[in-house]
Design a protein around this ligand. Structure first.
Ligand code: ACO
Ligand code: ZN
Length: 223
């Protein structure tokens, strides 16, 4: 009995100082200066967005009335790569991902949606893949409530399907959602991923989708 109590107290102390920021959602240790610094950076970017002032050499691959899409490739100048890293850090913090190293870093294509007020408001990171596992449709009935809670445990088919392009990240700035920015990013990706062809929706795959990601992907692939 005594040892049990002791264990509980120990577990509590390990979590001592863990804070969840009410505005940006980041979980960090307030007593750890490095963590705190990372939080301050994330907090600011989460609320303000990431500025994009324009580059001398930029690859504009689509233009719209409310912005444009810029493509960044692995061997682009360091200012472009640094911008992509900043955006990816924001996205990963928001998604709770921890530094996932891309399988073929020299084949990654990053599409940034730049708003007309010069901010990066959307990001899509894609890489070539050979196969994917289709997410099976969600169970219906009483079970579906629990599937909402463990939100990343989608049931996947164990039969691999051929695919060409994997979307490892798709993200839109929180204040700009539901304005078809994600849709336009995927349209542009399908057009630009392989030279001279427009990818079908069954040739692209979303990796480890979040609930938002899954709702978007389902809608996008059916229309
Ligand atoms: N709930 C329900 N339907 C949705 C949602 C949602 N949250 N998001 C998109 N859709 C559907 C809608 O039908 C929408 O059309 P409508 O607005 O005309 O009804 C359609 O998808 C197209 O949506 P867009 O406006 O193009 O999507 P948006 O620009 O808002 O971006 C995204 C969607 C990227 C999922 C955004 O919500 C986001 O950044 N979320 C947080 C980050 C995230 O979870 N990203 C996915 C991670 S998975 C991965 O990276 C592989
Ligand atoms: Zn915060």
């Amino acid at each position: 009995k005594e040892t049990e109590d002791q264990l509980i107290i120990d577990a509590g102390q390990k979590h001592f100082g863990t804070t969840v920021c009410k505005s940006c959602g980041m979980i960090y240790t307030a007593s750890n200066p490095e963590d705190e610094l990372q939080h301050v950076r994330h907090h600011h970017r989460f609320l303000e967005g990431i500025k994009y002032t324009g580059w001398k050499k930029e690859r504009v691959v689509a233009e719209f009335w409310d912005g444009k899409i810029v493509l960044v490739l692995p061997h682009d100048p360091s200012y472009a790569i640094r911008k992509v890293e900043d955006v990816q850090e924001l996205v990963d913090n928001e998604l709770g991902f921890h530094q996932v190293v891309p399988r073929c870093p020299n084949k990654t294509k990053t599409f940034l949606f730049i708003s007309d007020d010069k901010k990066v408001v959307g990001c899509l990171i894609a890489e070539p893949i050979k196969q994917a596992f289709r997410v099976l449709s969600e169970p219906t009935g009483p079970e579906s409530a629990s599937s909402k809670e463990c939100h990343r445990a989608w049931q996947c088919s164990d039969v691999p399907q051929p695919a060409v392009c994997g979307i490892s990240r798709i993200w839109v700035f929180r204040l700009k959602r539901r304005k078809r920015i994600a849709r336009r990013l995927v349209d542009t990706l399908r057009n630009r991923f392989m030279f001279g062809c427009f990818l079908r929706t069954d040739e692209i795959a979303f990796s480890d989708p979040t609930p938002d990601g899954k709702l978007f992907a389902t809608k996008y692939c059916n229309t």
